[in-house]
Design a binder for this molecule. Structure first.
Ligand SMILES: NC(=O)c1ccc[n+]([C@@H]2O[C@H](COP(=O)([O-])OP(=O)(O)OC[C@H]3O[C@@H](n4cnc5c(N)ncnc54)[C@H](O)[C@@H]3O)[C@@H](O)[C@H]2O)c1
Length: 290
C-alpha cells in the first residue's frame, strides 16, 4: 500500500545489483511512494547486474560510480541534481564487500590490503558520500541519509569476519557526521541494522542458511525481510521521522535484545540428543510462560 510519503522528494540510491538486493526493494518502494531518484552502482555491477533494468521500471537513470572514488561521487551528485531538477532529500548507502570474506581468509589471518578495501568500500565510502554532499551543499534541509548495517558491529558472529569491523566504523561515521550535518543543515543520518537476508552479499557470509535459521528462531517476530527493510527505510526518508538522527536502528524482529529463546533452545537440545518432549510447537512454548 502506498501513502505518498515521499511525494516531491528526490533521492540517490546506491547498491541495487539485482532483484534480491535490499536497495532494489527500497527503490521500488520509494517509487511507489512518489519519490524521484537516481540509481548508482559500480561499472562492473552495471555490466553484470540489472541496475539499468530497475532504472527503466522506476523511470530514471543509473549513473556509474565507485563509492570509494571521490570524483565519481561528486559527478554522481551533480548529475543527479541536474537530472532530478533540484537538490537531494534522501540517500541510501547499501554497499558492502569484503575481499577477505570472498577469498576465504580467516579473521586471524587477514590480508591487510584486503582489509583496507573492506573498510574503504563498506564504511569509508559512507564518509566520502557525506563529505562530498556537504561540500556541494547537495542535500536539502531535513534531508535523510541511511546506511545498512548488521548486529555483528556490536556482537561477535562467527564467519562475519572483517565486515564486523567495517560495520562498527560505518555506525560510528553515522554518529560523528550526524552531529555536524544535523547541527548545520538539519540533515539526519542513521544506520539500519537489518536481519540476515538472502542477497548476493548476504550469501557470501559463511553458514548464511544456518545463521538465518538461528536468528529466525531467536527473534520473537522472526527475521525481517528485504521488503520490510525497504518499508522501514521509506519511513526514515519521510517527514514522519524528522528528529531521528545519529542512531543505529535495529530492524531484526527483536533478535538483538534476545539472549536465548525457547525455539532456539529446543533445536539445540535436539542436537544434543535430548529425550525430553522438545518437539513441542509454539503454542506449547507459550503455555510454559503463561
Ligand atoms: N544481506 C544481509 O544479510 C544483510 C544484513 C544486514 C546488512 N546488510 C547490508 O545491506 C547492504 C546491501 O547489501 P545486500 O545484502 O543488499 O547485497 P547486494 O550484494 O545486493 O548489495 C551490495 C551492493 O554493494 C555494491 N558495491 C560493492 N562495491 C561497491 C563500490 N565500490 N561502490 C559502489 N557500490 C559497491 C554492489 O555492486 C552491490 O550492488 C550492505 O551494506 C550489507 O552489508 C545485508
Amino acid at each position: 500500500m502506498a501513502y505518498n510519503l515521499l511525494k516531491g522528494k528526490r533521492g540517490i540510491i546506491f547498491g541495487a545489483l539485482n532483484e534480491d538486493s535490499i536497495a532494489w526493494k527500497v527503490a521500488q518502494r520509494a517509487f511507489e511512494e512518489g519519490a524521484t531518484f537516481t540509481l548508482t552502482n559500480t561499472s562492473v555491477a552495471m555490466r553484470m547486474g540489472d541496475t539499468a533494468k530497475l532504472a527503466e521500471t522506476c523511470n530514471t537513470i543509473a549513473i556509474e560510480a565507485d563509492a570509494t572514488n571521490v570524483e565519481d561521487i561528486e559527478n554522481l551528485f551533480k548529475q543527479s541534481i541536474e537530472h532530478l531538477g533540484g537538490n537531494i532529500d534522501f540517500v541510501l548507502h547499501s554497499i558492502g564487500m569484503s575481499p577477505n570474506v570472498r577469498k576465504g581468509r580467516h579473521y586471524s589471518d587477514l590480508d591487510y590490503g584486503y582489509l583496507q578495501k573492506t573498510l574503504d568500500i563498506s564504511a569509508v565510502s559512507f564518509h566520502k558520500v557525506l563529505q562530498v554532499a556537504r561540500k556541494l551543499d547537495a542535500i536539502n534541509r531535513w534531508g535523510s541519509v541511511v546506511a545498512l548495517s548488521y548486529v555483528a558491529a556490536q556482537r561477535t558472529f562467527y564467519g562475519y569476519n572483517d565486515m564486523a569491523d567495517a560495520k562498527a566504523l560505518l555506525e560510528s561515521i553515522a554518529r560523528s557526521f550526524g552531529y555536524i550535518y544535523g547541527r548545520e543543515r538539519n540533515v539526519r543520518i542513521n544506520t539500519v541494522s537489518q536481519s540476515p537476508t538472502l542477497t548476493t552479499a548476504g550469501s557470501g557470509v559463511k553458514g548464511m542458511d544456518k545463521l538465518m535459521d538461528f536468528s529466525e528462531r531467536m527473534a520473537p517476530l522472526g527475521n525481517a525481510t528485504g521488503d520490510e527493510c525497504a518499508d522501514y527505510c521509506i519511513s526514515l526518508f519521510s517527514d514522519l521521522t524528522k528528529k531521528v538522527t545519529m542512531q543505529n536502528l535495529f530492524h531484526d524482529g527483536g533478535f538483538s535484545s534476545m539472549g536465548m529463546s525457547m525455539r532456539a533452545l529446543q533445536q539445540y537440545e535436539k542436537g544434543l540428543g535430548c529425550d525430553c518432549d522438545c518437539g513441542s510447537d509454539d503454542s506449547d512454548t507459550e503455555h510454559m510462560y503463561d
